[in-house]
Design a protein around this ligand. Structure first.
Ligand SMILES: [Zn+2]
Length: 451
């Protein structure tokens, strides 16, 4: 039984999908005007963990993730570069998909782009006008009259002030204080791409795309909608207003919001210029899966602080884990202790199903590695099973075959050490290192590792 915190009810609730064992999930995707940063990366990993928990609980998942290829930011950037928004999207959409792949994120079922859904968008805007929620301005823009939607603010708790009724905001992004009528359709302005509509030429506002795509691919009422915490208002609030007014039914049963990421103790912001792009992790020779591991160590709803030191520690932990997997895989010893294994399995399920308590599940994983009541085979099986949720590619780790030549040298070294011929032994150690292997002396004897 999976329990999830629902932003809409502000409570942890038992998750029940509309159709048994089928989950329809929608997550807000990127505006493809530049490379994704670590804040995006954290959100994507958290949505992926959620999806994996649904799958672990034996659900089918249909996941839709939109690509925003028309937006104020897109147009500004394309104009700066002297290219079209299409060219800009063609440059950054593949980069986004590459980031997802690097972080071992299960691909969505569909990545619909705004520009591919203009007729559907016009249709929904029209229906909102017909129902009295949308009104047309002189410049050909269409606005949503928030005072007409009586539940406006139910997700974020933002209240509509009387004084502000009738004020309008045309920009795609705006602040919490600005509860105002928002643009469903923006009348054409110079240097902007446009499409023809019943209200003249123009382009969609930002919020309408998600209402349209969720409806198109998942239906009028969907099981779950996810996004980063900072999308709660105005974006998600506006999605609710649009969808519920247009469709006449509840839009989303469970709202899932992922916590934000700070960089070295500071909020990510343009003014501080402290954005770290996801690909920089690889540029700095880190394994992107170490970043994934790092994200798993914080609960999805909490604010998290990224530091390079923290990433280094995550990489060390992941390396250690990979080493454990290699050792367990190579081990042939077999003893059975099914009761203990079953206990771990049950605990794991309990943790992940408790609003995705992944940090606790990770700690459990390290406990089981140390547990003397489990056979190596059982440990290996459990780790691979847990990794269905963690997504650290543990099943792909290969055993390292140590060449006979290295084994022989290592034996010689040991014999020399037994005869107290330390200098000669050390020379052999260096020779082995030159050949790409490291000798480690442990309590259990000498170990050879590939560098
Ligand atoms: Zn959205």
């Amino acid at each position: 039984m999976l329990k999830l915190y629902n932003t809409l009810t502000r409570k942890k609730q038992v998750f029940k999908s509309i159709k048994k064992k089928h989950v329809g999930m929608y997550t807000c995707g990127p505006t493809v005007y530049g490379p994704g940063h670590l804040g995006h990366g954290r959100s994507y990993v958290n949505f992926d963990v959620l999806k994996r928990v649904f799958l672990y609980n034996k659900n089918n998942v249909k996941h839709i993730l939109n690509i925003t290829d028309v937006h104020d930011d897109m147009i500004k950037k394309a104009n700066e570069l002297g290219i079209t928004i299409k060219e800009l999207a063609n440059k950054y959409t593949p980069l986004f998909l590459k980031d997802l792949d690097d972080l071992n994120i299960i691909p969505a079922d569909k990545y619909p782009a705004v520009t591919e859904n203009i007729p559907e968008i016009i249709k929904m805007v029209k229906s909102l006008i017909d129902k009295g929620y949308g009104y047309i301005e002189k410049d050909g823009s269409v606005y949503y009259d928030v005072s007409k939607f009586k539940n406006y603010g139910k997700l974020s708790g933002t209240k509509l002030e009387k004084a502000k009724t009738g004020t309008r905001v045309k920009t795609d992004k705006y602040e919490k204080e600005d509860v105002a009528d928002f643009a469903l359709w923006k009348g054409w302005e110079k240097r902007e791409p446009f499409w023809k509509s019943p209200w003249g030429k123009g382009r969609p506002g930002w919020h309408i795309e998600c209402s349209v795509m969720a409806k198109k691919y998942l239906g009028n009422t969907i099981d779950l909608h996810g996004g980063a915490m900072d999308l709660k208002f105005p974006h998600h609030e506006n999605e609710i207003a649009q969808s519920e007014a247009a469709n006449g039914v509840k839009f989303v049963n469970y709202w899932f919001h992922a916590g934000l990421l700070e960089i070295e103790g500071q909020k990510m912001s343009k003014s501080l210029n402290n954005y770290i792009e996801i690909h920089e992790i690889k540029d700095k020779r880190f394994n992107p899966l170490s970043l994934r591991y790092l994200f798993l160590t914080a609960h999805y709803r909490s604010k998290m602080n990224f530091t390079w030191k923290g990433l280094k520690a995550a990489e060390t932990a992941l390396d250690r884990l990979r080493e454990v997997i290699r050792e367990l895989k190579a081990s042939t010893k077999q003893t059975t202790s099914n009761k203990t294994a079953k206990d771990y399995q049950e605990k794991f399920l309990k943790f992940i199903n408790n609003d995705l308590n992944i940090p606790r599940a990770l700690a459990l994983m390290w406990d089981l590695i140390k547990d003397k009541n489990l056979s190596n085979k059982e440990k290996y099986k459990l780790l691979l099973d847990f990794d269905k949720v963690f997504g650290l590619k543990l099943s792909e780790i290969k055993e390292v075959k140590i060449p006979e030549k290295i084994k022989k040298l290592s034996k010689q070294r040991e014999q020399l050490r037994n005869k107290d011929q330390w200098q000669k032994a050390d020379e052999i150690r260096k020779q082995i290192e030159k050949m790409g292997y490291r000798i480690e002396d442990t309590e259990k004897g000498t170990k050879i590792k590939k560098l």
